[in-house]
Structures are given as structure tokens and as C-alpha cells.
Design a protein around this ligand. Structure first.
Ligand SMILES: [Zn+2]
Length: 278
């Protein structure tokens, strides 16, 4: 009886151990599955964090860092880092930016006299491209009022896209801000703090609101005098000659489409090189 009872008591033990063993295995399996799930969740969270972080980062970046991330090498090359406006045609980047210190040094005492009533903050420095008279692509530079900087980027990009010939686009400071010398060199330019030719009135160029294009073939004729004085061959506008700006000229049409008036339309004196915005 006692033996049998023991047997009876002992008999279920191996069965229970088997069940416990199975349960233990299930638990181990469950723990393993859970740990794998947790580890995947952690991994997923980490990956999400990695993916989100770079997208939210630019909000706190400087403009310079953002630009460098997204710009072509040529853009980055042309770009000084602050507040630039750009337009592209093929690989050529037309840039408008605040006047760089090195350019101020070139302008001071020349196109920007010490008593000028306009400051550098109101002006922009443009990097432009153009075709010269021989059909070569040239880089040009121009200083203008910030109010027309974007217009000029658009206008010169359009002229470039149509290969409109422009002799040169340099700062008048390369000619010691001597307007006559710049015109005789057939140079296209904008800002020069000066009076109007033949008067004591401040010119639109003094505010950076006017551009003179190919001045040798398109002189200013005022009170019977020709400016530049070397342009006498181009005074008769009934003649046909290359680089003449008339009412049907492409450059004239592009400036007009951006709200510029043309000096060739003035009554009395004529200024065929001159486009200005009020
Ligand atoms: Zn002018």
C-alpha cells in the first residue's frame, strides 16, 4: 500500500516535470521572441531618428551650410555665403550679392565718392556672362541698385541665352570712374555716382538705376554734343550697322519687358545706350 502510494505519488512527478520542461522551453522561446522584438523596435527607432535628424537640421543651419549642400561646385565657387540671388543658364550662374569688401575697396573714392548720398547696403554686385563681339563667352561684373538687381540678372541671362553681343561688362572703376573713358572703351556698366552728362543733376547711374549698353555704337547726343566723342560715326541712326540699338533691337525689347525706359525714345536729347527704371 505504502509502496503503491509512493509509486502513485511518484508516478505523476516525471509527467509534471515534462510539462514544466515544455513550459520552460515555451517561456525561453517567448523571452527570446520578445527580446528580438524589443531589439527590432530599438533598431527601428534609431533608424527613424537617423532619417529624421538631417531633414530637421537645416532649420538651425546657417544659409551658407544649406547652400553648400545643394549647390553645384560652380555655384559654390561663385558664392560668398550671404544673401545671394542666382539664375542659371546651362552651367553659367548669374549671381547678385551684397558688395564684397574687395569690390568696395575698388569703388571707394572712384564710382563711390566719399560724399555720396547712397550707401553700399543699397547696392548689389552682379556676376554676369555675355558673348563679346567675336562670339566668345566672357564673365562680366556690374554694380547696381538692389531694387533692379533681379531684373538685371533676368535681362542679362536672356541676352546671354540669345547670344546677344556685348563688347564688355566691367566696373567703371577700372576706368577710374571716368564715364567718357568707359564709353570710349565700349564698356557696358551701371553704377557710377556722377552727374548727368552736360548737367549738374544727379544721374540715374548715381543711384544704380540705369544701364548703358554698348555705348560706342549707341552714343548719347545732347545739346549737339556726342558722348563718347569717338562715336560720331554712329550718330546717324538711319544707317544700318552692327550693334545698333533701335526700337526693334532685342536688348531694347528685353529691357522694356522689365519696365525699363529707353533713352532712344527721349524727346530732344537722345541716349541710345541708356536704359533706366524709375
Ligand atoms: Zn546712361
Amino acid at each position: 500500500m505504502t509502496v503503491r502510494r509512493i509509486v502513485v505519488v511518484l508516478q505523476p512527478v516525471p509527467l509534471n516535470l515534462g510539462l514544466m520542461k515544455n513550459a520552460f522551453c515555451y517561456m525561453v522561446l517567448l523571452v527570446l521572441v520578445m527580446s528580438v522584438m524589443v531589439s527590432c523596435e530599438e533598431k527601428a527607432t534609431y533608424t527613424m531618428a537617423e532619417a529624421v535628424e538631417p531633414q530637421s537640421q537645416p532649420a538651425t543651419d546657417t544659409i551658407e551650410e544649406q547652400q553648400e549642400d545643394t549647390l553645384s561646385p560652380m555655384y559654390a565657387f561663385s558664392y560668398d555665403g550671404i544673401d545671394a540671388d542666382t539664375l542659371m543658364h546651362r552651367d553659367y550662374v548669374f549671381v547678385s550679392r551684397p558688395i564684397p569688401e574687395a569690390v568696395k575697396a575698388r569703388m571707394q573714392g572712384k564710382s563711390m565718392p566719399d560724399d555720396a548720398t547712397i550707401g553700399y547696403d543699397a547696392l548689389r554686385y552682379l556676376t554676369l556672362y555675355h558673348y563679346d563681339y567675336e562670339g566668345n563667352i566672357r564673365q562680366g561684373e556690374m554694380v547696381c541698385n538692389q531694387a533692379i538687381a533681379h531684373d538685371l540678372l533676368c535681362i542679362f541671362k536672356t541676352l546671354f541665352a540669345e547670344a546677344y553681343p556685348i563688347h564688355s561688362i566691367r566696373l567703371v572703376d577700372d576706368f577710374d570712374a571716368d564715364d567718357e573713358a568707359s564709353m570710349q572703351a565700349n564698356n557696358t556698366s551701371c553704377f557710377n555716382y556722377r552727374t548727368m552728362v552736360g548737367t549738374k543733376m544727379i544721374s540715374k547711374h548715381a543711384m544704380g538705376m540705369a544701364v548703358d549698353v554698348n555705348p560706342l555704337q549707341n552714343p548719347c547726343i545732347k545739346h549737339g554734343r556726342v558722348h563718347p566723342e569717338t562715336a560720331k560715326d554712329y550718330v546717324d541712326r538711319t544707317q544700318d550697322f552692327p550693334h545698333k540699338i533701335d526700337k526693334d533691337d532685342f536688348c531694347k525689347k528685353v529691357f522694356s519687358s522689365h519696365g525699363f525706359s529707353w533713352g532712344g525714345n527721349w524727346g530732344g536729347s537722345k541716349d541710345y545706350q541708356h536704359f533706366e527704371k524709375r
